[in-house]
Write a protein that binds this ligand. Structure first.
Ligand code: C5P
Length: 234
């Protein structure tokens, strides 16, 4: 069975609820994303337990600090045995190069967040960034690639252009995914799993459509088979 391209976002406020959900799953069905809230409350031992159960874990802590601090944090995260970690591309070239260097003997993938999708043109003006959000996303994604990072988080709507510009080996991880028959929750611009893959996404971050489903295993199986038909070989 091919490895799943689904990354389930474990957006839980406590470990008990998270385990209640995870105990229904198997590592073949999906990978797992642990973000700031759950990591802050459950900590590195929780992450290590997920890894020991066979899960590929994406630790979504979006590091952004001086180069040395981010490099050491990435190294510490990689030491947990996780599959993927991320930093903010806005931390700049030196920070990303230091992170890459610190993880040079690790198999953990290092990706970047370009621009938070919560930021619009007014927010960019506020902080003095010139250009449209699309231009800044492309620029930061190119910078991440130039620094040797393995990929970026981006919306499925940006994926097509980034795939063309950055090539097939650059990993695109896309949230904002909703199955065709699902509700959109608070996501404003959503894409179906199949369309995101056709646009060039490698991995799909999916939270509530799976975590709040009556039968999360069935939803994962359906999405896995839906995208296996359209997934290219990268
Ligand atoms: O429940 P839902 O599928 O909307 O969850 C999506 C996950 O992806 C959440 O963990 C959210 O924080 C994350 N995310 C996002 N949009 C981004 C970046 C990350 O929804 N631009």
């Amino acid at each position: 069975m091919p490895e799943s391209r689904i990354i389930v976002a474990l957006d839980y406020s406590n470990e008990t609820d998270a385990w209640h959900f995870i105990d229904k799953l198997e590592p073949q069905l999906c990978r797992l994303k642990v973000g700031k809230e759950l990591f802050t409350i459950a900590g590195p031992r929780f992450v290590e337990r997920l890894v020991s159960k066979g899960y590929d874990v994406f630790l979504d802590l979006k590091f952004h600090d001086i180069p040395n601090t981010v490099a050491q944090a990435c190294k510490a995260a990689a030491g947990l045995g996780i599959w993927m970690i991320n930093v903010h591309a806005l931390g700049g070239r030196k920070m990303m190069l230091a992170a890459r260097q610190a993880m040079s003997d690790s198999n953990t993938r290092l990706i970047a967040v370009t621009l938070l999708t919560s930021m619009d043109q007014d927010d960019l003006t506020d902080i003095g960034l010139q250009g449209t959000p699309e231009q800044i996303v492309e620029r930061l994604a190119q910078l991440a690639k130039d620094c040797g990072l393995d990929g970026v988080v981006c919306s499925a709507l940006e994926a097509r252009r980034l795939r063309q510009r950055l090539g097939d080996d650059f990993c695109l991880v896309t949230p904002g995914i909703r199955p065709a028959d699902g509700q959109s929750d608070d996501q404003k611009r959503v894409t179906t799993p199949k369309q995101a893959i056709l646009n060039g996404a490698h991995y799909l971050v999916i939270g509530r459509p799976i975590t709040q489903a009556k039968n999360p295993v069935l939803i994962c199986q359906n999405i896995n088979s839906e995208i296996s038909e359209s997934a290219p070989n990268y």
